[in-house]
Design a protein around this ligand. Structure first.
Ligand SMILES: [Mg+2]
Length: 267
């Protein structure tokens, strides 16, 4: 674990950390100004595979934060990049998921296919149909590698928790009898990819997140310093029971402690 003043790179979750819905967290602009000034390179990493990096850039722009598409890493991109390291360009891949996921898989050199696919990349599909479940099941049963962007069972909406990626993956798993390989949090793969892209090592990289079972567990598995903020889905008692390296109310609290730790060292 690194003390805050030794942290050189960040892997940051977005929902529940930088914003909730369309509401920016307190001192969001100051937080990014601090990262740019140090500078602390970062990746904004999300298990959500339904939006493209460009869509996240626009969302952040609306709440006053300027980032580049290269600074965003979705689970769909992480999955496509991890698979591209193992398969030659042009490998046929079937996508069970959103248009954003199709775009991510195609961007890494795969040929999208509904037949004779070597890989099935599966994720959340808000337009899921029985026919789509059938197609993916037949390909997996036929021997295609079964890879899931992540296994989050639910996703939060204003109505409550609704079926997430993991719920759809479970249907494919039940029908095919095959367990998928998962890439997103809490697997270390996405964290390792983000670090490789930044030229970072685990001993000086911290991850900031609001979920214990994905952000904090994944960060711990990847050997990072773990920073939990209580502005999203975790309460203080459960966070303390899990025991991340740092717990703050929100990024404003983190920023204050980080600046203090630097003042102590540089002042
Ligand atoms: Mg979150």
């Amino acid at each position: 674990m690194a003390t805050l003043s030794d942290v050189k790179h960040l892997i940051i979750d977005m929902d529940g950390v930088l914003y909730r819905g369309d509401e920016p967290m307190p001192r969001l602009g100051d937080f990014f100004a601090f990262l740019r000034e140090r500078p602390i390179p970062f990746r904004l990493a999300t298990n959500n595979s339904m939006s493209t990096p460009q869509q996240y850039v626009k969302k952040l722009e609306r709440i006053g934060v300027e980032v580049s598409p290269e600074e965003i890493l979705t689970s769909g991109q992480a999955t496509a990049r991890a698979l591209a390291r193992e398969h030659p360009a042009g490998t046929r891949a079937h996508v069970f998921g959103s248009p954003a996921l199709r775009e991510a898989v195609e961007a890494e050199g795969f040929t999208l296919a509904d037949e004779d696919a070597a890989v099935v990349v599966a994720s959340m599909d808000p337009d899921v149909t029985y026919e789509k479940l059938t197609r993916a099941t037949l390909l997996i049963r036929g021997g295609a590698q079964f890879v899931a962007t992540n296994l989050d069972p639910t996703r939060p909406t204003h109505e409550g928790l609704v079926p997430g990626t993991g719920a759809l993956i479970a249907a494919l798993e039940t029908a095919s009898g095959i367990k998928p390989r998962a890439i997103g949090k809490p697997e270390p793969t996405m964290f390792e990819l983000a670090m490789r892209e930044m030229g970072a090592g685990p001993e000086t990289t911290a991850t900031i997140g609001d979920r214990l079972d994905t952000d904090m567990l994944g960060g711990r598995r990847a050997g990072l310093t773990t920073v939990c903020v209580l502005s999203g889905s975790s309460g203080r008692a459960e966070a303390e029971a899990f025991g991340p390296d740092y717990i703050f109310e929100d990024i404003a609290g983190l920023l204050e402690a980080w600046q203090k730790s630097l003042d102590g060292r540089e002042g």
